[in-house]
Design a protein. Structure first.
Length: 177
């Protein structure tokens, strides 16, 4: 990583830096591994290139620059186009650096429960999207053994509940079981 001396970022594993044009200028090696890009490829990427929902990037980035900070959940896209749900915390630092810390979401239950509890209709759609992608990702991960039947049933029930909530909140695409 280029020389960045920011106490806010010191202990973080997944750190990215972007310029005002939403181009990545630096990142940690963990970000390269997470997204499937080499260190040489990252500087040619923009935030849109690694975002799952490209349409909301300009608005969110403008809001971030205006407020100087932002945090929440988001869905990134790996080089192979697979989604990666994350939590993020972004900063406009005193020296003008635009930086973000990412935390990949590993347990689908956390974003699922966050979506069920979200009362702000403006935030609900993104929370539903993140929860659905987290469940899809958990289903796709094939470790030494597939998830047990009760876990698959819990995921199916969660997808049904989220799709129902998505239809009630705003018409849109659903995720199949």
């Amino acid at each position: 990583m280029l020389h960045h001396a920011h106490p806010e970022l010191e202990a973080a594993e997944f750190v990215v830096f972007a310029d005002a044009f939403r181009r990545y200028v630096d990142c940690t090696e963990a970000v390269c591994v997470l997204l499937g890009y080499t260190r040489d490829e990252i500087p040619s990427k923009t935030i849109e290139d690694v975002s799952y929902n490209v349409n909301e990037v300009p608005r969110l980035f403008a809001q971030y620059l205006k407020t100087g900070a932002m945090e929440g959940e988001y869905v990134l896209q790996r080089k192979d186009k697979t989604p990666v749900p994350i939590r993020y915390k972004a900063f406009v630092l005193k020296d003008g650096c635009n930086a973000a810390i990412w935390d990949p979401i590993k347990d689908w239950r956390e974003p699922y429960l966050a979506a069920l509890l979200e009362m702000d209709s403006a935030k609900l759609k993104r929370k539903l999207e993140v929860a659905l992608v987290a469940i899809q990702t958990a289903r796709a991960v094939q470790g030494p053994s597939p998830p047990p039947p009760h876990e698959l049933q819990a995921m199916n029930d969660a997808v049904s509940a989220l799709n129902s909530l998505l239809r009630t909140a705003k018409p849109g695409p659903t995720v199949s079981r």
